[in-house]
Unconditional design. Structure first.
Length: 191
């Protein structure tokens, strides 16, 4: 299982069992994003992400500025329900001081797979000193590459970005880069 998804696995059953959310339920979740309790705000962000309600994206964007790092992290992760229009907010979240927020933003940028700028920004983390962020960037670029290939979008930038790390000093990360290149349709052995 992708380690980026571990925080969200507890929510899978909730998503499967409840596909449609009433406007009243969504309104409660939106109100909870401004609750004084950070746990309530965090759970509201998680649940909004699980609903897939694009009308609630503005509430998640506001939570990216929350004082609590965990709330910001959940908000960034939940923004994967959006599209390329959210990329500027997620790219800004890449500058957060909390690694968990940065990790969630890297992962959520997968939803912005059409954006070349998202690929460039995620690619900056391939050589990050925090190996978890580097690994998250590899997984995200792999998914972006697959989505671009499936959508018929040119995938050269994704492959070139991954190729920049094909000789990574960390053996484990280097193997993951080669794995990601393979999944993007590139035979890295002949580079």
């Amino acid at each position: 299982m992708n380690p980026q998804l571990w925080p969200y696995t507890s929510s899978i059953i909730e998503v499967i069992m409840k596909r449609e959310w009433s406007e009243a339920e969504l309104s409660v979740l939106r109100d909870q994003t401004s609750d004084e309790d950070p746990v309530v705000r965090r759970e509201a962000a998680r649940r909004i992400g699980n609903t897939g309600d694009k009308d609630s994206i503005e509430y998640l964007i506001k939570l990216l500025e929350d004082e609590d790092g965990t709330v910001r992290s959940y908000a960034a992760g939940a923004l994967r329900i959006g599209d390329v229009s959210n990329s500027k907010h997620l790219i800004r979240a890449l500058q957060d001081e909390e690694p968990q927020v940065v990790n969630a933003a890297i992962s959520a940028l997968e939803s912005c797979y059409e954006s070349d700028e998202a690929i460039r920004q995620v690619g900056k983390f391939l050589h990050h000193e925090n190996s978890n962020l580097a690994l998250s960037a590899i997984y995200t670029l792999r998914h972006i590459g697959e989505l671009r290939t499936q959508s018929g979008i040119d995938n050269i930038l994704t492959i070139d970005t991954l190729l920049s790390a094909k000789n990574h000093e960390d053996r484990h990360l280097r193997k993951r880069v080669h794995w990601a290149l393979h999944h993007c349709g590139h035979d890295y052995r002949f580079v």
